[in-house]
Ligand binder design. Structure first.
Ligand code: 5CA
Length: 450
């Protein structure tokens, strides 16, 4: 993309309404624009990162054997009356009437709808296990929408639902989700720690939240510092293996790590004092096993091997896709701007032309731009007639992890400059070497964009 033809409305001033760094940088980098409280337009740069995050979530869900689908945002109240949640959900639910005066609502989550899909089409245990998911906009009329995309009213969520014959099978689905989430967050450059949590309006007491540690997080958390030493890495997991998934769950959840809702001071004090931590975290996902709560109230059952009808065991599993942008920025920035991890960066590399209009510099930048395109890598080429300082400030703010600087002086010696946004270190090399190095860096981060 040539910056002169892109839409990147960067702000010079720090917006006064933004209290935390991710919100400030998302506004300043022209990623989002507030439309009303807790509701945002996703401008091109923000939309691009949202899509990359969404694509990672899809890839990891599909790898775990889960099936993508899509349900409507506007739903009839009738289903929610069946489950008893139409009244129970309270003021967070946005209620709407259609022209026939029928009660509708904007989906805050989708247990009812998926259960209705299931009961209409599945009758036998032979069709189980089954896990389907969607990535869809949700609406919750939060009392205090704040911190930009962190606590929106409209937000983008991956919500997945498993249907199983037995509790054991459903717990395997739970564990499988835990494993797939660990992989998902690590691919985004995040450490998200599974913590014992509370079921809230979704229900069930078998639930973990995934938390990214950050001072600006809304949740108070308590944990044994040993949990921060764990990484999933690139180990291969057979998602069908009950033992392997159970093993990962035990490895990642056997140490103390809890949100304030489930915190137990006496248990916490059993941890050696030097490992006891109290901190704040951002909740980027939650998994639930709630048994037959919805299948019983909504009559979703299958015929078991013994010929008897039995309600299915269910769980639901969410990832805060739009919230993740904020969480990643909170975890990765400096005083100049965002520092995107390679896995989610909107463009793989920035090209800064120090002297737009100079024949050699223009030609070298064009050649670089074309080389990246041929490799399937996305470059953002700052081809504006602006001073170098302004171009660097924009690149630093929007946080592309790698920048190539091209100027007539370097070109006379056959070199351009390759700079890491994270370390600030620069290296001079021929343009072809810079392209090869960028290609090598991204060999392990193949995520398509838009
Ligand atoms: N049905 C279940 C799982 S599919 C569910 O709704 N779970 S949830 O309530 O925990 O939401 C899933 C994730 O969505 C949360 O972990 C959080 O990361 C994100 N989320 C929840 N509320 C908001 C909000 N107001 N703004 C942004 N993200 C949110």
């Amino acid at each position: 993309m040539r910056l002169s033809r892109y839409f990147l409305p960067v702000l010079k001033e720090t917006p006064s309404e933004a209290q935390i760094v991710s919100h400030r940088y998302m506004l300043r980098a022209g990623m989002i624009k507030q439309s009303s409280a807790g509701i945002y337009s996703w401008l091109p740069l923000g939309f691009k990162v949202l899509r990359k995050i969404e694509n990672i979530v899809h890839e990891e869900q599909i790898r775990a054997g889960h099936i993508p689908m899509q349900m409507p945002t506007i739903q009839s109240a009738d289903l929610w009356r069946e489950s008893g949640r139409y009244d129970a959900y309270g003021e967070e639910m946005l209620r709407i009437k259609d022209r026939h005066d029928r009660d509708m609502l904007f989906t805050p989550t989708a247990e009812e709808l998926i259960t209705d899909v299931f009961r209409s089409h599945v009758n036998s245990y032979k069709d189980l296990p089954l896990t389907m998911y969607q990535i869809q906009w949700k609406f919750r009329d939060e009392r205090r929408p704040r911190f930009g995309v962190m606590r929106g009213r409209e937000f983008y969520m991956k919500d997945g639902y498993n249907f199983d014959l037995t509790k054991e099978d459903a717990l395997h689905a739970y564990n499988r989700h835990l494993v797939s989430y660990l992989r998902t967050y690590e691919r985004m450059g995040l450490q998200a720690i599974p913590m014992r949590a509370d079921g809230g309006p979704i229900g069930g007491d078998y639930t973990h939240e995934f938390l990214v540690l950050a001072e600006t997080g809304e949740s108070e958390v308590f944990y044994d510092s040993a949990v921060t030493d764990l990484t999933f890495g690139d180990r291969e997991i057979d998602y069908d293996s009950v033992e392997q998934c159970q093993g990962v769950l035990e490895e990642f959840t056997s140490r103390y790590a809890r949100t304030d809702e489930t915190h137990d001071e006496a248990l916490f004090n059993e941890i050696p004092e030097e490992r006891r931590r109290t901190a704040r975290g951002i909740e980027v996902g939650q998994i639930f096993y709630f048994g037959t709560k919805y299948s019983e109230s909504m009559n979703a059952s299958v015929q078991g091997p013994d010929g008897k009808n039995t309600p299915v065991h269910m769980g639901s599993h969410g990832i805060g896709v739009s919230r993740l942008l904020g969480a990643i920025i909170e975890a990765s920035h400096d005083d100049k701007g965002i520092i995107w991890p390679e896995g989610v960066t909107p463009f793989h590399v920035g090209i800064v032309n120090l002297k737009q209009g100079d024949e050699d510099a223009d030609a070298a930048c064009d050649a670089l731009y074309k080389s990246f395109a041929a490799l399937g890598l996305e470059a953002l080429y700052d081809d504006r007639k602006e001073r170098a300082g302004g171009k660097f400030a924009t690149m630093d703010l929007i946080g592309l992890p790698w920048r190539i600087t091209v100027g007539p002086r370097g070109l006379k010696n056959g070199v351009v400059e390759l700079t890491s946004r994270r370390t600030g270190e620069s290296e001079e090399m021929p343009p072809e070497a810079a392209v090869a190095k960028i290609a090598e860096i991204y060999a392990n981060h193949r995520v398509v964009g838009m």
